[in-house]
Ligand binder design. Structure first.
Ligand SMILES: *Cc1c(COP(=O)(O)O)cnc(C)c1O
Length: 431
C-alpha cells in the first residue's frame, strides 16, 4: 500500500497547521503512525491521496448516515449554493429544518440552528443557567460535549469532585462550576443532588455515551437523571450530537422513552456540512435573544447550504424501514466481530447501540464507565487498527471512539470487514 502522497501532504500540513490537522483525533496519535489524507469518498468507501480505497467506519465521526456523497444530498447542496451561500438574514429553509426536527423529536418544541455541536451544547448550557438562575452543571466522566472551556474538565477521583480543567488555557475558575460524576452511577447522582441539588442548573449527558467508545446507559440511569432534575428544578440536557437521528428517528430519547428539557444536535442534522442545533421546551427556548435575556448568535447560523444538506438527510431517513435496515446490517457486524473474538480466543467485547459500536479488547466484561474504557487494552487496539488499515478497513483511529455504520454499508462490505477482522485477530493472537 503506497502512502507517499499522504506522507508528503502531512509534511506540508505540519508547516502551516498545528500537528498538520484541524482536529486532534485525526492525527492518529493514539494508534501511532501517520494519518491518511482523504481525497474523496462515496457510499461506504473512502479513498486516500495515494488512491488506496477503504471501507469506512468513521463516517466523518457520525454525520454520514446515508453514506458519503449521497446523490440527493449533493444535489440539494448544489441547488442551495447556486442560490447564494449565505445571506445573514432568515430563510425558508431554516423553518423547514426546524419543523423537521420538531416533528421527529417530541421534546423539542422550538429549536435554534448553530454551526457545530460545540456551539449547541455551549448555548444550551448558557440557556439552562439563564433559565434557572443557577451556576453549577453536572456532567459525566468520559462524556464529550465539545470544546467549550467549562466542559473540558477531567473527572477527579471519588464522587462529586469539583474538577480541574483538562486542557491548558482553561482557567480553573471557568471549570469550578462543573461537577463531574462517573457515568451510569445512579447513587452518585442521587447523593450529589441530595447535597446541593438546589444549586444545579443542568445535567448534561450523552444518553448513549459514544466518546469513550460505546457505553450504553444502564437500566434506570437516564430515568434517575430525569427524576432528580425534575425534583430539584434543574434542566436535563441530552447531548444527542452523536445519537440524534442515528439510534432512532427521535434519537436516544426516542429509544429509551425519556423526555429531556433541552437537546443538543450536530453531526447528522447537518448532513455532512457544519451545522448544529439546540432545542426543547418552548418556555425555556423563549428565554433566548432577541425575545429573552440569554444572548446567543451566529453569522453563519442556519447557513443555507448546511440547512439543505441536513434537511435532505432527514428527509431520506424518514423512508419507512431504514432504521430497521441499519439495525440489521449493524447487528451483522457486531455479532460477527463478537464471534471472531470467541473463535480466535482474544478477550474482548463488542458494545453496540444501533449503528454505533465499539470493539474493546480486555477482559470481556461489560464496560459501564470511563474507568472501564481506560482499563481496556489500548495497545492491542492500536495493533488491530494497523492490521485493519493494511487490509483496507478504515476504523476510527482511537480505542475511545465509536464506529459508525451507514445505510450505504452492504452485506458484502460487512462480510469483507469481518474477513479482515478474522485475519487481523488471527495475526494478533499469534503475536
Ligand atoms: C461531536 C460531538 C460534539 C461536538 O460537536 P462538534 O460539531 O465537533 O463541535 C458534542 N457532543 C457530542 C456527544 C459529540 O459526539
Amino acid at each position: 500500500m503506497r502512502k507517499d502522497r499522504s506522507r508528503e501532504l502531512l509534511h506540508r500540513a505540519r508547516a502551516v497547521i498545528p500537528g498538520g490537522v484541524n482536529s486532534p483525533v485525526r492525527a492518529f496519535k493514539s494508534v501511532g503512525g501517520d494519518p491518511l489524507f482523504i481525497a474523496r469518498a462515496k457510499g461506504a468507501n473512502v479513498w486516500d491521496a495515494d488512491g488506496n480505497g477503504y471501507i469506512d467506519y468513521v463516517g466523518s465521526w457520525g454525520p454520514m448516515i446515508l453514506g458519503h456523497a449521497d446523490p440527493s444530498v449533493v444535489e440539494a447542496v448544489k441547488n442551495a449554493v447556486d442560490r447564494g451561500s449565505s445571506f445573514g438574514a432568515p430563510t425558508e429553509g431554516e423553518i423547514r429544518l426546524a419543523e423537521a426536527i420538531v416533528k421527529r423529536v417530541p421534546s423539542v418544541q422550538k429549536v435554534r440552528l448553530v454551526s457545530s455541536g460545540t456551539e449547541a451544547t455551549m448555548s444550551a448550557l448558557r440557556l439552562a443557567r439563564g433559565f434557572t438562575g443557577r451556576d453549577d452543571i453536572v456532567k459525566f466522566e468520559g462524556c464529550y460535549h465539545g470544546h467549550a472551556d467549562h466542559l473540558l474538565v477531567k473527572a477527579g477521583s471519588g464522587v462529586a469532585t469539583f474538577d480541574l480543567p483538562d486542557s491548558k488555557g482553561v482557567p480553573a475558575d471557568f471549570a469550578k462550576h462543573t461537577i463531574s460524576l462517573p457515568y451510569n452511577d445512579i447513587s452518585a447522582v442521587r447523593e450529589l443532588f441530595a447535597q446541593r441539588g438546589q444549586k444545579i442548573a443542568a445535567i448534561i449527558v450523552e444518553p448513549v455515551a459514544g466518546n469513550m467508545g460505546l457505553v450504553p446507559p444502564v437500566n434506570g440511569f437516564l430515568e434517575t437523571l430525569r427524576d432528580v432534575a425534575t425534583q430539584y428544578g434543574a434542566l436535563l440536557i441530552f447531548d444527542e450530537v452523536m445519537t440524534g437521528f442515528r439510534v432512532h428517528a427521535a434519537g436516544a430519547q426516542g429509544l429509551y422513552a425519556i423526555t429531556p428539557d433541552l437537546t443538543a444536535f450536530g453531526k447528522i442534522v447537518g448532513g455532512g456540512l457544519p451545522l448544529g442545533a439546540f432545542g426543547g421546551r418552548a418556555d425555556v427556548m423563549d428565554m433566548l435573544a432577541p425575545d429573552g435575556p440569554v444572548y446567543q448568535a451566529g453569522t453563519l447560523s442556519g447557513n443555507p447550504c448546511a440547512v439543505a444538506a441536513g434537511l435532505k438527510t432527514l428527509e431520506n431517513l424518514s423512508a419507512p424501514g431504514l432504521y430497521d435496515q441499519l439495525e440489521k446490517i449493524s447487528r451483522r457486524i457486531g455479532e460477527g466481530l463478537a464471534a471472531i473474538l470467541r473463535e480466535t480466543g482474544i478477550p474482548g467485547r463488542v458494545q453496540r447501540v444501533g449503528s454505533m459500536f465499539t470493539l474493546y479488547f480486555g477482559d470481556g466484561t461489560p464496560l459501564k464507565n470511563f474507568a472501564d474504557a481506560k482499563a481496556a487494552d489500548h495497545n492491542r487496539f492500536s495493533a488491530y487498527f494497523a492490521e485493519m488499515l493494511a487490509r483496507g478497513i478504515y476504523l476510527p483511529p482511537s480505542g475511545y471512539e465509536a464506529n459508525f455504520v451507514s445505510l450505504a454499508h452492504t452485506t458484502d462490505d460487512v462480510d469483507r470487514t469481518l474477513d479482515s477482522a478474522r485475519a487481523a485477530m488471527t495475526s494478533l493472537a499469534a503475536s
